[in-house]
Design a protein around this ligand. Structure first.
Ligand code: UDP
Length: 236
C-alpha cells in the first residue's frame, strides 16, 4: 500500500509470531502503521526503510483496512497496537517474561508499568524510561542492563520507528514494538474511545474530538485514500 507491505494475519497470530521472535532474541521489531504513517513514509526515507526492515507490520487504523480493500487485497483484521501489546502481555506473564516501557512524559511509564503488572500477574517489569531523556546512549545503556524480553518504544510516529531501526543493532532485547500513545492509555493520562465508537470504526473521530489539535495530522487521511485509489487505477 503506497510502498508499505503489511502482514495479513490475525491479532492472535501476530502475538504467536511475536513470541517466536522473542525466543529468537535478535532484537527485531514490530510496527503498526496507520494511514498517517503510510502517507508520511512516501516522503521520509528513514521511515520508509524502518517500515521495510520491520519483522512484523500490523495494520492499525481503519483507513489501512479500507485501503487494502480498495486495492483488492483485503487484510484479515485491524490490529491496534495497544491491543497487540495487551495480548502479548498476557502471554509474557504466563511465561514469566519481562517488558521495558520506554516513552511518554516523565512518570507516565512508571504508572503504566504498575497498572500492567497488576492486570497481568507474572509480567516482569524490567524497567522504565521517559521519552524526553535526550541522550539515546543513556537510555540504551539502561535498557541493555535490564535485558528485557519485550521493549515498548512509545515516542510517537515516525520518531519511534526510526529510533528502532537505527538502534536495533545496539539493543539487547528480545523484541521491540513502536506503540505510540499506549503508555498514556495504560497510565490513565489518555483514554481510548469507548467500545461503541470502536465498533463503529470511529476511534479516529473520538481522538479528534478529544484532541482537536490532531486535525492537521488527520487531514492526511483523505490524501492517503486518494493516493490508494490512484494506485488501484494504475494497477488496472
Ligand atoms: N513522546 C515521547 N518523546 C518525544 C515525543 C513524544 O516520549 O520526543 C511521547 C508522547 O509523550 C506520547 C507519545 O510519544 O506519549 C505519542 O503519543 P501519540 O498519541 O501522539 O502517538 P501516535 O498517535 O503517534 O501513535
Amino acid at each position: 500500500m503506497l510502498g508499505v507491505g503489511f502482514d495479513n494475519i490475525t491479532a492472535g497470530e501476530a502475538v504467536e509470531q511475536a513470541m517466536t521472535l522473542i525466543s529468537d532474541g535478535r532484537g527485531q521489531y514490530v510496527v503498526t502503521p496507520n494511514p498517517e504513517i503510510v502517507w508520511l513514509s512516501r516522503k521520509n526515507d528513514g521511515l520508509k526503510q524502518s517500515l521495510r526492515e520491520a519483522s512484523l507490520v500490523l495494520p492499525d487504523g481503519i483507513g489501512v483496512i479500507y485501503g487494502a480493500k480498495t486495492l483488492g487485497r483485503p487484510l484479515r483484521e485491524r490490529i491496534p497496537g495497544i491491543e497487540f501489546a495487551e495480548q502479548l502481555f498476557a502471554r509474557l506473564a504466563a511465561d514469566g517474561k519481562s517488558v521495558f516501557m520506554y516513552g511518554a512524559k516523565p512518570g507516565v511509564a512508571d504508572v503504566a508499568a504498575a497498572a500492567m503488572a497488576a492486570k497481568y500477574p507474572g509480567l516482569v517489569i524490567a524497567g522504565t524510561a521517559d521519552g524526553y531523556v535526550g541522550d539515546d546512549s543513556i537510555v540504551i545503556e539502561r535498557i541493555n542492563a535490564a535485558k528485557p524480553d519485550f521493549l515498548m518504544v512509545c515516542l510517537g510516529a515516525p520518531k519511534q520507528e526510526i529510533w528502532m531501526a537505527q538502534n536495533a543493532d545496539s539493543l539487547d532485547v528480545g523484541l521491540m514494538a513502536g506503540l505510540g500513545g499506549s503508555l498514556d492509555v495504560f497510565a490513565g493520562t489518555a483514554e481510548r474511545a469507548p467500545e461503541s465508537w470502536r465498533r463503529l470504526n470511529l476511534e479516529w473521530l473520538y481522538r479528534l474530538v478529544k484532541q482537536p489539535r490532531r486535525i492537521g495530522r488527520m487531514m492526511k487521511l483523505p490524501l492517503f485514500m486518494l493516493a490508494v485509489f490512484v494506485q488501484r487505477l494504475r494497477r488496472q
